[in-house]
Design a protein around this ligand. Structure first.
Ligand code: AMP
Length: 252
């Protein structure tokens, strides 16, 4: 049996009471691993470059084996950008080549750059018109219930490519789930961690890691999911926020 364990931490009170988001993490683990992982998550909330959390929520749910789907892991391509502008230009180029309209890309980037504080979830945009599709513009859509099918193997796979940062592991799993969702065409992301300036564009079966998408020390990050016109948005949000998936590295 697997358990979903999810942590979110904030400073200045709980998120719903206006606290600033510090850290979030989630795993799908066995009963034996739960305590060790819980301890690691609490440590992470209390030792973050964004500050020491004064609110930590840990949620654990048992997941029935029949409710778990296995999906393929995205393969990784790296692009070295010498500046934020070069990184953003590459991101635009990749998205346009994959059929996302320049209007939608511009609208999405404008939304991200205008953020005064971090959202908990992603912004959903119609890939043609750029119309915003997530019902709660403050929260966005949070993707949950995902992990690697074989954590060790994924770790080794990333290490072989010189990618040892925890951000890549987590983002690759999240991005794999996002692209397996009905109606998602592409994603763009940069982290809210002030020390982490890399980001990615993903589509098809590839995660294009771009070494610089934001300025060092910037505490604001964000995610854009570009959605097929006429997609069933309720079904999509339900999948992203509730379906348990395990990402299989064997299928890269
Ligand atoms: P991170 O890559 O964890 O630094 O997150 C960057 C941004 O992506 C955050 O500021 C949120 O806006 C968004 N985000 C983080 N985690 C999730 C998630 N699980 N689902 C959807 N959006 C997320």
């Amino acid at each position: 049996m697997l358990y979903s364990i999810r942590m979110r931490a904030a400073k200045g009170g709980a998120h719903e009471l206006g606290g600033t988001h510090i850290s979030g993490a989630e795993r799908l683990v066995t009963k034996e691993e739960l305590s060790k992982i819980a301890e690691k998550m609490i440590w992470r909330a209390l030792h973050h470059s964004k500050g020491v959390a004064d609110f930590i929520s840990l949620k654990i749910d048992e997941i029935k084996p029949e409710d778990i789907q296995t999906i393929p892991c995205l393969s990784i391509k790296n692009f070295n950008a010498n500046s934020v502008n070069e990184g953003l230009q590459k991101a635009r180029e990749l998205l346009v080549n994959h059929g996302i309209s320049p209007i939608a890309i511009n609208k999405g980037l404008t939304e991200l750059k205008a953020l005064a504080r971090n959202m908990r979830g992603a912004i959903l945009l119609d890939a043609t018109t750029g119309k915003r599709l997530d019902p709660d513009h403050e929260k966005g859509v949070r993707v949950t219930h995902m992990d690697a099918l074989d954590s060790e193997k994924l770790q080794q796979h990333l290490e072989r490519q010189g990618l040892t940062n925890i951000h890549v592991r987590e983002a690759l799993i999240l991005a794999s789930k996002v692209l397996s969702a009905p109606g998602v065409l592409a994603e763009l992301c940069w982290s809210d961690d002030p020390d982490y300036i890399a980001g990615y564009v993903s589509y098809g079966n590839t995660y294009h890691r771009i070494s610089q998408l934001k300025e060092m020390h910037s505490p604001i990050g964000g995610r854009l999911f570009f959605v097929e016109p006429n997609a069933d948005v309720d079904k999509l949000i339900h999948y992203l926020s509730t379906q348990t998936v395990l990402v299989d590295i064997e299928e890269v």
